[in-house]
Design a binder for this molecule. Sequence first.
Ligand SMILES: [Zn+2]
Length: 558
Amino acid sequence: MSILAGALFGLFRLLRASPRLAAFASALLVMLYAALAGGSASVIRAAVMADAYLLAVILDRRGDLLNTLALSALALLWWNPRFLFDVGFQLTYLATLGIVLVLPRCESVLARVARPLRWVLESVAITLAATAMTLPVLASTFNRVAPVGILANMPIVPLSGLITGLGTAASATLLVVPNGLPWLNQVNGWLVDLLLWMAQWFAAWPLSSLRVYTPTPGMLVAYYGVLAAWIMAGSPAPSLVGRGRPGRWSRWLALACALLLLVQVVLRLDPFEKTPRVQMTLLDVGQGEAIFLTLPGKRRMLVDAGGLPGSRFDVGLQVVAPFLLHEWVGRLDVLALTHAQEDHIGGAPAILRGFTVGEVWSGDAPNHSTTFLWIQEYLRHRRIPLRIVSSGSPVVRWGEATVQILNPPPRTRQPMGDGRVPRLRPDDASLVLRIGLGNQAVLLTGDIQRVAEAALLRRPEAIRAQVLKVPHHGSRSSSGDAFVTAVRPEAALISVGYLNRFHHPHAEVVERYQKSGARLLRTDLDGAISVELTSDGMRAWPRHSSLRLAHHSWLSAE
Ligand SMILES: [Zn+2]
């Protein structure tokens, strides 16, 4: 858009219009173009920015680039305040702000350099400034930063400018020549191919793009503190920071903020262990299940990884992986797959590909899941141990916590005395895990139904737990009276999709838990649910209750 505005302005100036008239005419045409281009948010944003600059020319205030930027941002936010939370808006304005603030400070250095080299250095400075300003937004939103962009932008930005210019010129000739200029489009096509090829070539470099954890708000404050102090230290305009020696104290401020940032990162990577506790999050993965646990000794375990059967949406990649990166988790000690159904293991391949996994637990029930076959093959290839576990497996002890496997019974596949192979339904062969700490426990039940519940009831004392992950998404074929009475949960958590086609959870089941006095939390209504166990107490709460409330009131305000 700015290229178009610049070209129009130049054209009108060539036609001997005064700067003001040229700016006014260009501003009008930019608005017309934005309307013709469909008026999407990004187009409007670019048009408002270009128009704000042209307005500065009209009012003869060209020097105040910062004011121009602020004016256009205010205009857009006045039009739609929600732009403030739009990633495109944040990236555009932060990048431009970076360039406007940094470039004038580099000019004295750049002026001493001979011309061709100066252009190169200038484009590096622009990219560096834009990257430095947008880095936290990129890290928070995409968990990815691309250092190669600094080099790649050098040829790619001018080339994309050339392509836009040629494309606009080719369209403009259509107004004059009925058939346009086909050869011009042909040349532009080659340039587009070249651009794509270059982008792929740069992307193939080692370390071209790095995955990063989500920065915390404290880190963002410290990071921008470093940038602001550093920019002030190099400020050519002392009026900006008052009298005295701004350079020295802003340098100290930059150093202090940098230290603060470093301390936060180190503490987040290796946090102090307080009193032993088990932290659990039942993720909101729609109709499916994924549960993340942190246990004493910094052990991390993921029980199932969600999955939407028949959908191209990869829950593992789009929901579970971003959650783990948000929690600063790069390694899982255990990935437990309760049973080989798509709503539980569909997201597992993305987790195995993206994270270091110590070992995978599963039962040995026969199944024909292609995803599970893929997982087995992948584990063999990567030499990640696959542990077949059952109620016969020894109790795992991590610090003060225990992980006990209560289901399936051992050797589900072996023939019995009369040669019959016991046929346990895949749901009933789900792993059931009881995670205990002191006198508190969580019971994770996969999709077990009546048969497995009956088997578990033979040892009612073993399934008693303060927190129960309700079996099989709250279906009617699970959570029998005797089972609910034996577990006697204080909190019952259900993982279900909003308005799912199975009508889970069943009304009878919901009523049964409510009658038992358990507090019911559901991912379809409450979103992700957090649980914290200490050796003598338990707490369960919807993870984003306040956020969701705000979201709802926003929706109802429309
Ligand atoms: Zn399920």
